[in-house]
Design a binder for this molecule. Structure first.
Ligand code: MUC
Length: 95
């Protein structure tokens, strides 16, 4: 199943800078790992924002929730998930 996910990051300004750098590095490592595994096929920065638009390819909403809540920056994210279905006019859906 494909899910469109909007993640907005809001790390508190008073978080220790070393802890912040550690979390961001851990988040990057996890994001790269998940992209390489194929479950995170799209990751785009939204211009001018500390947020991203992503597409995840996972088995279920439960699997997506487990994955998202495992992200190191999860406690500092506002996340909006939209499940995707095949559009009948999508060229790829034509036979
Ligand atoms: O920077 C972000 O958008 C948040 C998060 C998503 C991937 C990553 O490396 O960090």
């Amino acid at each position: 199943m494909l899910f469109h996910v909007h993640m907005e990051v809001a790390i508190p300004h008073d978080l220790d800078p070393d802890r912040r750098a550690e979390l961001v590095a851990e988040e990057k490592a996890r994001a790269l790992e998940l992209q390489r595994s194929g479950v995170w096929p799209h990751l785009w920065r939204i211009v001018g924002e500390y947020s991203n638009i992503s597409v995840f390819d996972v088995d279920s909403g439960d699997a997506l929730h487990a994955l998202l809540s495992s992200l190191p920056l999860f406690p500092y994210m506002r996340i909006k998930v939209t499940p995707l279905a095949i559009h009948p006019s999508d060229l790829k859906a034509q036979s």
